[in-house]
Write a protein that binds this ligand. Structure first.
Ligand code: TA6
Length: 282
């Protein structure tokens, strides 16, 4: 494990040349370079890498509360808490993996009164990155949580990018008070601020215009929704950890259980998986 600025970091390397960086704080993937040497995730040059602060970019793990949908700090505590590095290795298919764990503590129970165990497994292939979040209810009472893998994809220019696969899907538009609409477009282009929860989104989406003029295919399991977010110029100005026109180089497409919580009985377990794959030109 090496350190970047003030935080320890786990570096994953694949024989193809692909690389990924995972911070135990937040179990946060904050770098994914494919075998061609193209960085696939956006991370702000102004991001803080400090204990207790969320990294601006990469894949923040949102748990146990999505956004401000409850009494916890925004997006919950998982992204700002140090997880344990429980192991690293190589899968039979050659993927390099790392496993991180988080369990309840006095500090988490003060915010959220539940006993739990969470695991995040990251697996890096030549042109793919898989992230699996597993949560177990280790307590005696029922628990409910919302969550997301808040993925910041790096795009060449968000005005020329689009998310494909959402036509006909109902969405809650946070910019219009959470009102529900139905997506009419086959390709959701971004020409201004966007903050939507696509409810029950298909498990396969394609993001056109990703970095290096490629497309990225996103496949998900166990995560019903897909959040699409870009703060645009004004929203980005309000974020101290985002520089000038950086909003043009990012598009968040976030597999989530945001509209409805996951319910776990004592002893119950839930798993949500996101697989990102670099596709042909597009
Ligand atoms: O997932 C979209 C969202 O909830 C937006 O509303 C926006 O606030 C974004 O997350 C980033 O939140 P953050 O707390 O990281 O600034």
């Amino acid at each position: 494990m090496t350190a970047s600025r003030d935080l320890p970091r786990i570096d994953l390397a694949h024989p193809s040349g692909a690389r990924a960086a995972v911070y135990p704080q937040g179990a946060h993937v904050a770098g994914w370079t494919d075998a061609a040497g193209v960085e696939r995730l956006f991370v702000s040059e102004r991001s803080r890498y400090e204990p207790g602060a969320a990294i601006r970019g990469g894949i923040p793990v949102i748990f146990p509360q999505f956004a401000d949908q409850g009494p916890l700090p925004k997006h919950g505590f998982a992204r700002t808490t140090a997880w344990e590095h429980a192991g690293s290795g190589t899968d039979p298919d050659g993927s390099a993996w790392a496993l991180l764990r988080l369990a309840d503590t006095d500090a988490t129970r003060a915010l959220w009164p539940h006993a739990f165990r969470a695991e995040l497994r990251v697996a890096l292939g030549a042109s793919s990155l898989a992230v699996a979040l597993r949560v177990a209810n280790t307590g005696r009472g029922a628990m409910a949580f919302t969550c997301a893998l808040h993925t910041y994809l790096r795009v060449d220019d968000v005005r020329r990018a689009a998310v494909e696969g959402l036509r006909g899907v109902r969405y809650l538009d946070k910019l219009r008070g959470g009102a529900a609409f139905t997506e009419a477009r086959a390709a959701v282009e971004v020409a201004g601020e966007v903050d939507r929860v696509y409810v029950g989104a298909p498990d396969r989406l394609r993001v056109r215009g990703a970095a290096g003029a490629r497309a990225v295919v996103l496949e998900k399991e166990g995560l019903r929704d897909a959040v699409v977010w870009n703060p645009w110029a004004e929203g980005a100005r309000a974020l101290p950890d985002m520089a000038g026109d950086e909003y043009l180089r990012m598009l968040c497409v976030e597999p989530a259980n945001a509209a409805e919580p996951v319910h776990l009985a004592p002893g119950g377990e839930w798993t949500g998986v996101q697989r990102l794959r670099v596709a042909a030109a597009g």
